[in-house]
Design a protein around this ligand. Structure first.
Ligand SMILES: [Zn+2]
Length: 95
C-alpha cells in the first residue's frame, strides 16, 4: 500500500502544477495574439513602403522577356541576336 501512496503523491503534484500553469494560458494566448497583430502591422507598413501590393506587378510583360522566338523554328533566342542560332533565320524584324 506504500507504493500506491507514493504514486498518488506524484500524480497530485503533477495535477497541481498543471492547474497552476493552466491559470496562465489566457495570458500566453493574449500575448501571442498581441505579438501577431504587431508583426502584421509592421509587415503591412513594410509592404506599403515598398510600393504596396500591386497585382500588375506580377503580370509578366511579354515585351520585357529576355528572349525572342524564331518565326521559322520556334526556338527561343537572345533578344540581342540578329539571326537565329538554330536555323539562321533573320530576327532583326522579330520582336
Ligand atoms: Zn530559328
Amino acid at each position: 500500500m506504500h507504493g500506491s501512496e507514493a504514486l498518488f503523491g506524484v500524480v497530485s503534484i503533477i495535477i497541481t502544477i498543471s492547474g497552476i500553469l493552466a491559470i496562465f494560458i489566457p495570458f500566453w494566448v493574449f500575448r501571442i495574439r498581441n505579438e501577431i497583430i504587431k508583426t502584421n502591422q509592421l509587415l503591412a507598413q513594410l509592404i506599403e513602403l515598398n510600393g504596396g501590393i500591386n497585382p500588375d506587378h506580377y503580370i509578366i510583360d511579354s515585351s520585357a522577356k529576355p528572349t525572342k522566338q524564331c518565326p521559322k523554328c520556334g526556338k527561343a533566342n537572345k533578344k540581342t541576336d540578329s539571326t537565329c542560332i538554330y536555323c539562321g533565320t533573320n530576327l532583326r524584324n522579330t520582336l
